[in-house]
Every structure is written in C-alpha cells, then in structure tokens.
Design a protein around this ligand. Structure first.
Ligand code: TPP
Ligand code: MG
Length: 693
C-alpha cells in the first residue's frame, strides 16, 4: 500500500480516486480493529481504543491536513492518524509499546500520538485526560495568530490551522469551555471536531449533558458550527474542506459536530457486551458499509474493491506480525528525555555593576523581562491584569504593555488552566510565553494543565516536544494577606517531575534566574515572594540589590552562600538550608550567635544543589532546613530525609525542619498569622536547641 498523504493533497485527484483512497484506509481501520480483537491475548497487554464507527469523519479530516497544520487527535482517532499517512505498522508499534513506536518509544498508549516530521501535520503530545487537549491546542492557534499579527510568521501560500478533536462527553468539562472562550474571543484559526457518539463510557448523553455541542456553541459568539452525519464520507469531506478553507483564509474558529455511532468497545478493557443495548441500531449506521455503497454508486468495480480489501488484509497481518517481533525499549531508555538540555550552565555577566543604585526585587524581574522582550520578538507576556491599565496587581509588569504593545502583553480572562496550558501550544509554534497566575493560591485551577500536559510533554513525546515557558507565581505570606493570598505551594510543585522551579530571594538572583529560565527549553515556575518584592518588611532589606547587567545569568541548580562560617573547636556551629523568606529569618537569627551559623540559599528547588547542601552539612554536623510551609510532608522534610541519607555519619544532631504549623490555611488576623508562621524569634529558639544537642 503506497498510499501516502500526498495523494489526497493532490488537488487534481478525482472523486473516484478519493473514494478509493478513503475506502482503503477505512478498511484498514476496520481490519485493524478486528485483528486486535482476534489477537486479544497479545493486544490486551496494553489498553487500546479504536475508531470503529467514527472513521468517515476522521479520515475526511486527516486526509486534508497540510504539514504546516497541527492536529490533536484523541485516543479514538486512529483513523485520523491513518488519514495523515501513519502506517498500520507504526500504529501497532505503539499498540504493543515497542521501542520504535514513533510517537513515544513505548511510553504511552495506543493512539496517543505526538509527531514532528517535516512532511506531516504536526502533533503535540496527547495525554489521556479527556478534553485536556483543548487548551494546549487552542494555544497553538493563539500562537499562530500572534506570529501573524507581530510579523514573525513563516511566509506560506496556505496559512496553517490548528485542529482539536474531542469526544462529545469531554465537551462538558470546564477546561474545554475555557478553550472555546478564548478561541471565540480572540478569533483563533482553529477547527474543533466533536465526535458525538452519545456515550461517555457507560453514561448516556441524557445522563451527562443538558444540550449537545451544537446548542452549546450558541453561547460562544464567533464560533460557527456545522452539524453533520459523520458516517457519510463525502459529506464529511466536503464539510471539513469548507471549514478548513474558511479558517485558512479568514482566521476564525469553526466547529464540526459530527454524529457517529460507536461500533467497537469503549476500550479493550471496557467492553461493549457489558452494557450496550444499542449495538444493532448502531450497526445500521456503519460508515464502512455506506462508503462501500458509494463506491458502487460511482461505478467502481467490485473486483477493484476486493483487490483493495485483499491488499489491506495482507498488509495489516504482516504489519502485526512484524510489530510483534519488534524490539522492546531497553531499561536504560526509561531515563531518556526527562529534561531537554539547557545551554545555561555557568554564571555569566556582572552581578553588581558599579555606579548603580539598589533596585527592589519586583523591578529586577520587570527589567529582566523588558530586556528579553526587546531582544526576542517570540517573547510575550500574558495573565490576569498584566495589560496596559495596571501592569499586574503587584505592578510587576508595569510599562511592558506600553512599551511592547497589547499584542505582546495582554490580559486574559480568569482562566488559570488556559494561562498555564496554552503555553504548550505557544511553545510548539516556536514562541516563548511568559505567563503568570495572580497568587500562588490560585495556581490550583492551572495545576491540572501543569501536571497533565506541560510537565510530561517532553518525556512522553520521547523528546520531541519540550515546553519552553515561564510561569511567574507571586507566593508567600505578606502582612495579613489572609488564607487566600498567603499560601506557599512549593511542595506540590516539587512533586511534579518535568518542571524546573526557582525561588530566588534577592533581586539579582531573580533577574539572573529569569534569564536562565527564558533560555531553558523546559518549563520553569518562578516563585516570587510577595514579601520580598519591595523589601518593605523589616529585615528583608538585602532582597533589594544592585541590578545586574543585561548579560547576567545564573544556571539552575546552584545554591548561593548567604553566610559562611568556619567549623570551630570551641563552639558548635550549624548550617541553615533555606530559600525565599527563610533566607531573611535565618540571616537575622544568625546575628544573635557568635559566628556559628552558615546559611545556604537554595535559589532553585528543582534542580536542587544537593552537593552544596551536603557539603555544608558535613562541615557543620548540625542542620536546620527552614521553610515557610507547614512542615509535615513538605519539600523541606523530604530534603531533610535526603540529608539524613547522605550525611548520617557526619551528623551530631537530627536534621531539624523548621516551618509553619500544620494547619489548613493562614488566618488573616495578624496575631494568628504570627502564631502560625515561622519567624526570626522562633528560629533563634530552634537554633539554641540544636546547638545544645
Ligand atoms: C479527565 C478524565 N476523566 C475521566 C477519564 C476516563 N475516561 C476515559 S474515556 C471517558 C469517556 C469519554 O467520552 P467521550 O469524550 O464522549 O469520548 P468517546 O470515548 O465516547 O469517544 C472517560 C470518562 C479520563 N480519561 N479523563
Ligand atoms: Mg462519546
């Protein structure tokens, strides 16, 4: 079968040739479904779902996409993949989680693609979370539009589009409506394809939705909808063609609501015979039978059809046998592509250039971003209230919109999921999004995207799609901010593998690390303590530093020596390992002791400068890990465990973790807040205890 996608993109193709090509592919999809069922013993090792019933609309789409397009198929979309030119053999390599699975190298399930080949449409990493592709894919469309509007788009005859495929039930999810909102608001070049089989595993449409997607779309001004029979290949092809043309030319969103029957199991693990009572009815609506009849209507000979079927059957069988024999990944492959290599490995530039006056931390960040945006047209900043009027609730982005314009610095709706998840798509089209959530307390609605999509993209696409983004997060307690404007969240973040996390405690570090974050191909969260932004709290004056020069950059994973002291014979000494506000509690507490305290500021929590930490602990034999978070199950506690593991023989006392009280929230009343949080006085007592040990 030498049917490549170029056949479909050849505009001269006759309708009969198109139908024959489509039939070949549709018959391939069916033959694969049947074979996977027959070979259950082998194929059931890993779960899979197939497109049976949905093939016509899927092929109609896949066959019309261009290499500059992006498509996000969901787990039932193996016919989209066949339609863009992926072979059964390649699909089966993923089915069996083999080493050469072109999508993930055996890391993820069947029909969870990611593709970055020059002559194919592009596919960013696809997760299993239903509906979760909506935001990243809408981010792609937002990136395409940004590039066009700022004059940095590639010059192509036909402009690229993004396509997001969704199951009907996934459209009830909140994140999907965030994506629709943004596509409608910004008029983005995206096609949403909703395949409506009226099933949500075993829950039926009447149980889970108040309206279908056609009705729902009436609430989104500016997304035009086509409602069609998705089992009719010709109708589907024409509708897709019309929509793609509109999107390519008019740069606005469209939605196709395709009604389809689900003919196969929900997945190989959740089987139709357990609960389906509509199978006979659905079988009457089989797109393959319809297409077969259309071939006859267009006078294509039975013998020709039979030849296609025979060729397909032979190919699918051979591909399967070869896929079964293909090698598995090697154990060492497990470790590849956790992070893309960063070019920033050394501290460079001038940290304290002469002739400058100290600058507050919030401005050091602002100046870093200003320098980056001046140099890099691909850099942009968005989030709540960062636009022209306010420049962020902490004025951390003030002047940026005025300087760079409202295309490059703009307000978003209150959509933390969109703010975080859209960076996946923006990064895929070559942009460098700098985004922010307003307070760490409001990172939670964005956390799903950070975990499910952003953090795993590089690893699960086997190194194809790093997500290069910066997420700025104002964090920490500051003057009675109360329970929803004071929280610390680093323990949750450090549990997400695949992201880097900085937590600088001075302006110079914030600027240097912001630069490193920008040039890092991986996702970075910048935790910026609100209480340090202006050094207004007594004892935090040193957060205000000389602003480093433009070249200044600090690699991640290098701690800062805040205060050094010698190991003494006459008196015990100890080291405090800390970050953020802890640096100032420690610095102020150290003044009460006679050269007995060393302070190490981690600066980045992931990666972590373990060596510097262990070195300091081994020198002083006593250690406090100091955090603003409640102690139990915290990042700090886990670091203490690592210190124990690595420095046990050197310790003269248990590693002590000092932090906030284990309570659900930080109360607003200043006395209660003080009671809950650590401070210099409380730390002094802990140090005294440990020195006596
Ligand atoms: C966020 C999330 N919740 C639950 C699931 C489990 N799950 C997998 S498929 C599915 C039903 C999805 O239905 P629909 O979107 O209509 O697609 P269909 O399978 O019908 O094609 C559910 C609930 C999931 N994958 N992701
Ligand atoms: Mg469904």
């Amino acid at each position: 079968m030498e049917m490549t996608k170029r056949h479909f993109l050849n505009k001269e193709i006759s309708l009969t040739d198109l139908l024959k090509s489509a039939y070949r592919l549709m018959f391939t999809a069916k033959t694969m479904t049947d074979l996977f069922e027959q070979e259950k013993k082998i194929t059931s090792k890993y779960v899979h779902a197939t497109s049976r019933g949905h093939e016509a609309i899927q092929l109609a789409l896949g066959m019309q996409l261009l290499p500059q397009d992006f498509v996000s198929p969901y787990y039932r979309d193996d016919s989209i993949l066949l339609g863009i030119g992926i072979t059964p053999y390649e699909l089966m390599l993923q089915l069996l989680a083999k080493r050469d699975d072109p999508f993930s190298g055996g890391r993820t399930y069947y029909a969870h693609p990611s593709l970055r080949r020059d002559d194919f449409p592009k596919i960013i990493h696809q997760s299993s979370g239903t509906g979760m592709q909506a935001i990243p894919t809408t981010g792609i469309a937002m990136g395409m539009k940004y590039k066009e509007e700022t004059g940095i788009a590639e010059n192509l005859d036909e402009k690229p589009i993004a396509v997001c495929s969704l199951g009907d039930a996934s459209c009830t999810e909140g994140e999907v409506s965030e994506a629709f909102q943004m596509a409608a608001l910004k008029q983005l070049p995206i096609l949403y394809l909703v395949q409506d089989n009226e099933w949500d595993i075993s829950a039926s449409a009447d149980e889970i939705r108040a309206q279908d997607i056609t009705e729902y779309m009436r609430g989104f001004n500016g997304i035009e909808t086509r409602t069609i029979d998705g089992t009719d290949f010709i109708k589907s092809y024409e509708t897709v063609k019309e929509c793609i043309k509109i999107i390519r030319e008019e740069r606005r969103p469209m939605l196709i609501h395709a009604k389809v029957p689900l003919l196969n199991h929900h997945t190989s693990g959740v089987r139709k015979e357990w609960y389906r009572d509509d199978l006979e009815e659905c079988a009457k609506n089989d797109p393959l039978i319809k297409l077969r009849n259309q071939l006859s209507e267009f006078s294509i000979e039975d013998s020709e059809v039979e030849t296609i079927e025979k060729e397909v059957a032979a190919l699918v069988r051979t591909d399967f046998e070869n896929a079964v024999l293909a090698e598995d990944p090697k154990p060492e492959d497990t470790y590849k592509h956790d992070f893309a290599p960063t070019p920033i490995t050394e501290e460079k530039g001038q940290r304290s250039p002469s002739g400058k006056i100290p600058t507050v931390m919030v401005d050091c960040a602002l100046f870093a971003i200003r320098e980056l945006m001046t140099k890099h047209p691909e850099a942009l900043l968005y989030g709540q209230d960062v636009g022209l009027r306010l420049g962020g609730v902490f004025r951390e982005a003030i002047t940026l919109a005025a300087q760079f314009g409202e295309k490059r610095v703009f307000n978003t709706p209150i959509q933390e999921a969109f703010i975080v998840g859209s960076t996946v798509g923006m990064s895929a089209v070559g942009l460098k999004p700098i985004v922010e959530v307003q307070f760490a307390d409001y990172i939670w609605p964005g956390l799903n995207q950070l975990f499910t999509e952003v953090s795993r993209s590089y690893y699960l696409s086997n190194g194809k799609w790093p997500v290069s983004m910066i997420l700025r997060v104002p964090i920490g307690a500051y003057g009675s901010g109360g329970p929803y404007h004071s929280s610390s969240v680093e323990s949750v973040l450090t549990n997400i593998k695949g992201i880097k996390i900085a937590y600088p405690s001075t302006g110079a570090d914030l600027k240097g690390l912001m630069k490193a974050a920008f040039y890092d191909p991986n996702p970075v969260v910048m935790l910026e303590h609100k209480g340090l932004y202006w050094s207004k709290i007594e004892g935090t004056e040193n957060a205000k530093t000389i602003e480093p020069d433009e070249e200044y950059i600090i690699p991640f994973g290098k701690a800062r020596e805040v205060l050094l002291c010698e190991n003494r014979q006459d008196k015990p000494t100890l080291t405090i390992i800390t970050y953020g506000m802890g640096v100032y509690w420690a610095s102020n507490a150290a003044k009460e002791f006679d050269n007995q305290i060393e302070i190490i500021d981690l600066r980045t929590l992931a990666p972590l400068d373990e060596n510097r930490v262990f070195e300091s602990v081994k020198k002083h034999n006593r250690c406090i890990v100091l955090t603003e978070e409640p102690v139990n199950n915290s990042f700090a506690q886990s670091l203490a465990a690592r210190i124990n593991d690595n420095c046990f023989r050197y310790l003269d006392a248990p590693v002590k973790v000092v932090g906030a009280k284990d309570l659900p929230a930080i109360p607003i009343n200043s006395e209660l807040e003080k009671e809950m949080l650590p401070n210099t006085e409380k730390l002094i007592k802990e140090i005294e205890q440990l020195l006596k040990y």
